[in-house]
Ligand binder design. Structure first.
Ligand SMILES: Nc1nc2c(ncn2[C@@H]2O[C@H](COP(=O)(O)OP(=O)(O)OP(=O)(O)O)[C@@H](O)[C@H]2O)c(=O)[nH]1
Length: 572
């Protein structure tokens, strides 16, 4: 190893000179892995010599993790001779746990013959106050003083970054221009201070409606911009945020002793559908906002015609759905489930239909998502239970005392029953139906939902005699261990497993294994979507317990089930 070259002035002299300037001095013998710290260095952070071993790793470990990478890069650049001086700003954890910003500067003062750095000396300068002032200045320049929300400048910077990311990852963004309606009246009636307070509260309400990754900015006056990042899937997610904003800002504001009301108008532009850059997005969102204002204020509108039309159609359907219960437009239909041994039909699945006054008879696919997202599913679900119970009581008296019905249950309903299974079974009892008359059809995702699993209390349902079926099992997302869920009594095999089923095929072998597995867990198996006599033959050989499908028995209005049952009862 090369010997350190002689220094021109005595080491102690320059170290003292550096210390006198208020900086801390470090002296790193790189190859030996030893680093010495001056008393001034230690006192910046409140450490003593005993606290910090003469070890470069010890001080590196106190460096803020977010700053380590850049520090290593700057150091390397100097080692490789790309910079004349090593220079880096980073945060160091002090003995009392606080963080200090420091500027470190240093130089390699000795290298080996082949150019490897041997020794480096440098200083730490405490720059915490400068950093605080910089952060404050940055904050003031990027935030609105009244509401503390990001201002136009920060929004513009963020939007440009988000557009770059969205372009790269193929994501959508939504830019909402939100303006309060008749806000001037609040200023006029209660004064400017009350108006300011309303703006502050409105800012909080808006922020509470969006996710952390989204952004709300105040442009000035009563104008806000909401930026939704990484918008995936249906525009209905954007609509949900927009309607939540409209609803939240509709609520009365308490301003000191006064109560004031405003509403909100929102224009929504999407990247990349409506515009490809920030200017275009602002313009399209503004146009949509003014269309809302012109149409009488309060509400939201998409810039794109197709989305606007779809949103309007959904909103109309939502309103009609709300009225459908009062107007008694829902209908219970039932699809018979037939035992494989050709015995009498003792079970049927309840299928909800909506007799829409204009669109005709609608299946759940047309309205269930809307019912779930609006929470209407609770009322609709209760109605389905009451009506199904009414029919079932009648059929158990007139057709067969062992008849039972299965009901599709959504996550929203399950959450509502959380911990109240006994209340629910008591309700069933009040409706005159024993537990054994009902099977709950649950999608696999509900069983797997760790939150719901705690609430489900499936064994409690079983104790009340209520059957629980795992619905649509065997599709692409299914997991075999779902069959082990305690409390299950049946499994309904997915349509995908039955379509194209041929004897002695690989599909038949796979289905046979699933049926055996379900049986080994004590579960009854029902094949759904049975469409042909050939499928019936294969399924009966595989040992499936019951069949359901268009080929065997189509769904019928509940009022017609009795006739169907009488017509199809096996000959004595
Ligand atoms: N209190 C308060 N008022 C402000 C502030 N900035 C702007 N304004 C007032 O906010 C009002 C905004 O104007 P407009 O949006 O046209 O008023 P508006 O009554 O909401 O009208 P529409 O949007 O057409 O319903 C003006 O009266 C401004 O003077 C502020 O920081 N604080």
């Amino acid at each position: 190893m090369a010997k350190d070259p002689p220094l021109i002035i005595g080491e102690e002299t320059w170290k003292l000179a550096l210390e006198a300037s208020g900086d801390g001095v470090w002296d790193w013998h790189i190859q030996e892995g030893v680093e010495h710290f001056s008393p001034g260095f230690l006192s910046i952070y409140g450490y003593t010599l005993e606290d910090l071993a003469a070890d470069p790793d010890a001080i590196d470990a106190l460096t803020h993790p977010d700053d380590r990478e850049q520090m290593a890069r700057d150091r390397q650049a100097h080692f490789e001779g790309r910079t004349a001086v090593y220079r880096n700003e980073h945060r160091v954890r002090c003995k009392d746990g606080s963080l200090k910003w420091v500027l470190t500067r240093g130089m390699v003062i000795a290298r080996s013959a082949d150019g490897r750095p041997l020794r480096m000396v440098g200083t730490h300068t405490d720059i915490t106050s400068r950093k605080l002032v910089e952060a404050q200045t940055w904050r003031q320049a990027h935030h609105d003083a009244l509401t503390d929300l990001p201002n136009r400048r920060l929004l513009t910077e963020r939007l440009s970054t988000e557009i770059k990311h969205a372009r790269r990852d193929g994501h959508q963004l939504a830019l909402m221009a939100l303006d309060l309606d008749r806000f001037k009246a609040v200023n006029d009636q209660w004064g400017h201070d009350a108006g300011d307070e309303l703006l502050r509260q409105a800012a909080q309400r808006i922020a509470a409606c969006i996710r952390e990754v989204d952004m709300v900015a105040r442009l000035g006056g009563d104008e806000f911009i909401v930026l939704l990042t990484d918008v995936q899937g249906e525009p209905s997610c954007i609509e949900r945020v927009a309607s939540a904003l409209v609803a939240r800002l509709d609520e009365v504001f308490t301003l000191g002793g006064h109560k004031a009301s405003v509403s909100a108008s929102i224009g929504i532009a999407l990247f990349p559908t409506d515009a490809h850059d920030a200017r275009g997005l602002f313009k399209r969102a503004d146009q949509a906002l003014y269309a809302v204002k012109r149409a009488g204020r309060r509400g939201y509108r998409f810039a794109g015609d197709a989305l606007q039309d779809a949103a309007q159609a959904r909103s109309r359907l939502g309103q009609e759905l709300r009225q459908a219960l009062d107007r008694e437009e829902f209908r219970v239909h039932v699809q018979p489930v037939l035992p494989i041994d050709a015995g009498p039909c003792l079970h049927a699945e309840v299928l909800l239909r909506w007799q829409h006054p204009v669109l005709g008879l609608l299946g759940p696919g047309s309205f269930l998502a809307l019912a779930e997202s609006s929470g209407l599913i609770r009322d609709i679900g209760s109605w389905v239970l009451r009506d199904s119970a009414r029919w079932l009581r009648q059929w158990r008296e007139t057709l067969h005392p062992d008849l039972s019905l299965s009901l599709n249950i959504s996550g929203v309903q399950l959450r509502e029953w959380s911990g109240k299974v006994t209340d629910w079974t008591a309700h069933l009892h009040q409706l005159g139906v024993p537990g054994s008359g009902v099977v709950l059809d649950l999608r696999e995702s509900l069983l797997r939902d760790t939150h719901l699993r705690g609430l489900l209390q499936l064994p409690a349902l079983r104790a009340a005699g209520v059957g629980v079926a795992l619905d649509d099992f065997g599709n692409a997302d299914s997991r075999l261990d779902s069959l082990r869920h305690p409390g299950l009594s049946q499994v309904k095999l997915a349509r995908e497993l039955i379509v194209g089923l041929k004897p002695h095929s690989r599909e038949a072998a796979w289905l046979s294994a699933l049926v055996q597995l379900a049986r080994s867990q004590g579960l009854r198996t029902i094949a759904k979507g049975v469409e042909s006599a050939a499928q019936v033959q294969v399924l009966s050989r595989l040992g499936v317990d019951a069949l359901q499908g268009q080929h065997l028995a189509a769904a019928v209005p509940a009022a017609d089930f009795s006739d169907w049952w009488q017509a199809h009862r096996p000959a004595p």
